[in-house]
Design a protein around this ligand. Structure first.
Ligand code: HMG
Ligand code: MG
Length: 381
C-alpha cells in the first residue's frame, strides 16, 4: 500500500485547510512530488499515442483523453487514488435518475395499473430522487404499457416532481406539453435497423423530424434530453461504430439538447468500450452534459458505470429493482438496478442524495410488479 497516495487537490491548491504551517508545507511538497511522478507517467502514455495512431482511433483518443482528463481534475475538487501511474477519480457526488416507471415498466407484458405506477413513483420520490423518468407519450399501440401517460403526468404534477417523459415526435411533444411535463426525452438509435423497428424511421428521417420537437420544446422552456440508443451495439446489426454515434450526437448538440444520454440498449457494452467512447465524446463536445444509461444483459452494467465515472460522467440512469428493457431490443434485460448504484457509490464515499433503505424498499415493490424479471436469461441475447 506504500505506493498509494491520496491526493486532495482542493486542500493543497486553495491553501484554506486549517492547521500548522509545517503541515501545509508538507502537503504541498507531497503533492508537488506526486505531480512529478504523474507527469513522468503520462509523458510515456502521451508519446504512445503518436506511435499508435494507426492502430485504432479510439485507442489514441482514449490515451489523450486520460492525459487531459487528469490535468483537468487537478483543478477540481475531488480525490484521486494513485497507484503506479494509474489514477482513479472519485467525485463528491453524482446524480442518479430512476427510469423505472418508464423503461422499467414499458416492457412488462401484463398491464400495470395506474394505482401501482403511482405507488412506485411516490416511493421513489420519498427515497430522494430529484428526477424520475415516469412516462412515454408514444403510440399506445407500439407500447401499450405507457398508454396512461397523461394520467401519470397529472399525478407527478400533483407531487411537484421534476420528471421526464419520452416524446418520439411532434405528436408526442404536443401531448406532453398539454400535460405540463417539465422535461421531455427524444430517442434515436445510432443504428438505423434499430430505428426502423423502434420508431418506424431510418436514422436520418428521425434526425430530420426531431428538429421541430426540439424547436417547439425549447420555445416553451421545456428541458430536452436526447437519447442516443444502441450507442455500443444493436440487436439487429451487431457492433455500432463511433461515427454512427457521433452522427446522432452532432445533431442533438446542434439542436440544443440540454443533456445527451448515451444508451447501451441491449446491454452488450464493456468497460473498455465505455471508457473510450465517453472519453472521446467529452473531448469532442466539452460543453455537453452526458448521461450514461446501461442495461445489464451481460452483467457488466456496474463495471460500465465505473468506467464511465472514470471518463468523467457524473449522471447515471438506473431502474429500481433492475426492471426494464426495450420492447424493440429483443434479448435485452433491465437497466442497472438503482439500489446497486446507490450501494456502490455510497460505499465509495460518493454522495447520491438517496436513502439506500428507502431505495431498497422501492425496489422490492418494483420487483413485485414485474412478471418478467425473473424469467430473463442471465446471459442475455
Ligand atoms: P408511426 O406508425 O410511424 O406513426 O409510429 P405515424 O407518424 O405514421 O402516425 C400514425 C398514427 O399514429 C397517426 O394517427 C398519428 O397521429 C399517431 P392517425 O392520423 O393515423 O389517426 N401518432 C401518435 N399517437 C400518439 N402518440 C404519438 C403519436 N405519433 C403518431 N406520439 C411512432 C411512429 C414513433 C409513433 C411509433 O413508432 C412509436 O410510438 N414508437 C415508440 C417505441 C418506443 O417507445 N420504444 C421504447 C422506448 S426507446 C427505449 O426504451 C430506449 C431507451 O431506454 C434508451 C436505451 O436503452 O438505449 C430510451
Ligand atoms: Mg433503456
Amino acid at each position: 500500500m506504500d505506493a498509494i497516495h491520496w491526493i486532495d487537490p482542493h486542500a493543497a491548491v486553495s491553501g484554506t485547510r486549517k492547521g500548522c504551517k509545517s503541515t501545509q508545507l508538507y502537503l504541498l511538497v507531497r503533492v508537488w512530488i506526486s505531480h512529478q511522478f504523474f507527469v513522468l507517467a503520462n509523458v510515456g502514455a502521451y508519446f504512445g499515442i503518436l506511435n499508435e495512431e494507426h492502430k485504432g482511433i479510439e485507442d489514441s483518443w482514449c490515451s489523450r483523453m486520460r492525459y487531459n482528463q487528469h490535468k483537468r481534475t487537478a483543478r477540481e475538487q475531488g480525490v484521486w487514488l494513485h497507484h503506479g501511474g494509474i489514477y482513479m477519480e472519485f467525485p463528491q457526488s453524482v446524480e442518479l435518475i430512476d427510469v423505472g416507471p418508464r423503461d422499467g415498466l414499458q416492457n412488462e407484458p401484463i398491464p400495470i395499473s395506474l394505482t401501482q405506477k403511482k405507488e412506485l413513483i411516490l416511493r421513489l420520490a420519498q427515497a430522494g430522487y430529484k428526477r424520475i423518468e415516469t412516462a412515454s407519450f408514444v403510440h399506445p399501440k407500439w407500447v401499450p404499457q405507457m398508454a396512461d401517460a397523461e394520467a401519470v403526468a397529472e399525478y407527478c404534477n400533483e407531487l411537484g416532481l421534476t420528471y421526464l417523459a419520452l416524446t418520439p415526435n411532434e405528436r408526442g411533444l404536443e401531448r406532453a406539453m398539454a400535460a405540463q411535463v417539465p422535461q421531455v426525452a427524444v430517442f434515436i438509435g445510432a443504428s438505423s435497423p434499430f430505428n426502423q423497428k423502434n420508431i418506424n424511421r431510418t436514422t436520418d428521417e428521425a434526425l430530420h423530424e426531431v428538429a421541430s420537437v426540439f424547436a417547439k420544446a425549447k420555445a416553451n422552456g421545456v428541458f430536452v434530453r436526447g437519447y442516443v440508443s444502441t450507442a455500443f451495439s444493436c440487436p439487429y446489426q451487431g457492433k455500432v461504430s463511433f461515427p454512427e454515434v457521433q452522427h446522432v450526437v452532432d445533431r442533438f448538440v446542434q439542436l440544443g439538447a440540454d443533456e445527451i444520454d448515451i444508451g447501451d440498449t441491449d446491454g452488450h457494452a464493456n468497460p473498455r468500450g465505455v471508457y473510450e467512447r465517453f472519453a472521446r465524446l467529452q473531448e469532442l463536445y466539452p460543453q455537453t452534459v452526458f448521461v450514461a444509461h446501461f442495461h445489464d444483459t451481460w452483467k457488466m452494467a456496474l463495471a460500465n458505470t465505473l468506467a464511465a465515472l472514470q471518463a468523467g460522467i457524473r449522471k447515471f440512469d438506473g431502474s429500481v429493482g433492475g426492471l426494464g428493457g426495450c420492447p424493440y431490443s429483443p434479448g435485452a434485460s433491465g437497466n442497472v438496478a438503482t439500489e446497486d448504484l446507490v450501494r456502490m457509490f455510497t460505499e465509495m464515499g460518493v454522495d447520491t442524495g438517496l436513502s439506500l433503505p428507502a431505495v431498497k424498499e422501492a425496489a422490492q415493490f418494483a420487483t413485485s410488479l414485474s412478471s418478467r424479471l425473473n424469467t430473463c436469461s442471465a446471459n442475455g441475447g
